[in-house]
Design a binder for this molecule. Structure first.
Ligand code: SF4
Ligand code: SF4
Length: 284
């Protein structure tokens, strides 16, 4: 057994029905956990269900009886012989860890996406040479600002944050997925095993902070996108005008060249070409 109930138990009974292994029972003064049945909820939850509901925070990890995940899932298999827990079973040892089919990894604004942004911008850079001359009536450039996406500058998924928790007992820090900060959840310090219950004010503060920062950032991105699209349209109009002028000049060059070539063939003295007879005395 690695979960135990301390003498602070107030005998409320809230934990007993939560145990997937029926490991909790009432004794004379407090509830107790049968060490041969407790699996720390491994196989069922990524948290200890009894600790999650205990109002006085007295279901705690027994520091004198630490068990491995392997031993605990082995016990779950023994107790629930008909249950297939699969390879990615729930476990508090992998709290907040993604399952294979879970959503993609959190985006941290860092290098990879910043590089991508740079590379996207480089390939779409309107100031780069267009590479080919205008063709007939074809429009030189599309009047669209959509080629510049600010998506890589979005914040990471709000539910993928890892929050640093400072343990008030041992003073160490540890990180916990934001998804674990639900009201009633119990967080455990991995250094001293002290538990901490998430109350409604903590949940509220975290969710409100996330919401406000995300809203503000999304507004900033939206404004920037609007301004950028306008700048791009203006710039593309200027480029289009330059290209139209160049195209008009091309038409003049083509016509001039056509006339020049025609002049060359007209003045060419080809062998056998009948020469104009000249009058004997210079007239006629
Ligand atoms: S940790 Fe889970 S398995 Fe153990 S007593 Fe509590 S509810 Fe039951
Ligand atoms: S929920 Fe907590 S206080 Fe209530 S019986 Fe269980 S251990 Fe005791």
């Amino acid at each position: 057994m690695a979960t135990m109930i301390t003498s602070e138990c107030i005998n409320c009974g809230a934990c007993e029905p939560e145990c997937p292994n029926n490991a909790i029972s009432q004794e004379e003064e407090i509830y107790v956990i049968d060490p041969l049945l407790c699996t720390e909820c491994v196989g069922f939850h990524d948290f200890e269900a009894c600790a999650a509901v205990c109002p006085v925070d007295c279901c705690v990890t027994d520091p004198n009886n630490i068990e491995t995940e392997e031993a605990l899932i082995g016990r779950a298999h023994t107790i629930h012989a008909d249950t297939n827990f699969g390879e990615t079973f729930e476990s508090r040892f992998r709290k907040g860890e993604k399952k294979p089919d879970a959503s993609p990894a959190p985006k941290s604004l860092p290098t990879k996406e910043a590089d991508q942004l740079t590379s996207d911008s480089a390939t779409s850079n309107p100031s780069a040479p267009s590479g080919s001359a205008p063709q007939g009536e074809q429009s030189a450039l599309p009047l669209s600002g959509e080629m510049f996406s600010l998506a890589p500058l979005a914040l990471p998924d709000s539910q993928e944050w890892e929050i640093v928790v400072h343990c008030f007992k041992c003073g160490e820090n540890y990180t916990v997925s934001v998804k674990r900060f639900m009201i009633g959840n119990v967080l455990f310090c991995p250094h001293c095993f002290k538990s901490m219950v998430v109350k409604d004010n903590l949940n509220f503060e975290i969710q409100t902070t996330l919401k406000e920062v995300y809203k503000s950032w999304e507004e900033k991105l939206a404004n920037l996108q609007t301004k950028r699209n306008q700048d791009i349209r203006n710039f593309q109009r200027k480029l289009n005008k330059e290209l139209q002028d160049l195209d008009a000049e091309r038409q003049r060059v083509i016509q001039g060249l056509k006339d020049q070539l025609k002049g060359i063939t007209e003045s060419y003295k080809a062998p056998g070409r009948p020469a104009k007879k000249r009058a004997l005395f210079g007239w006629g």
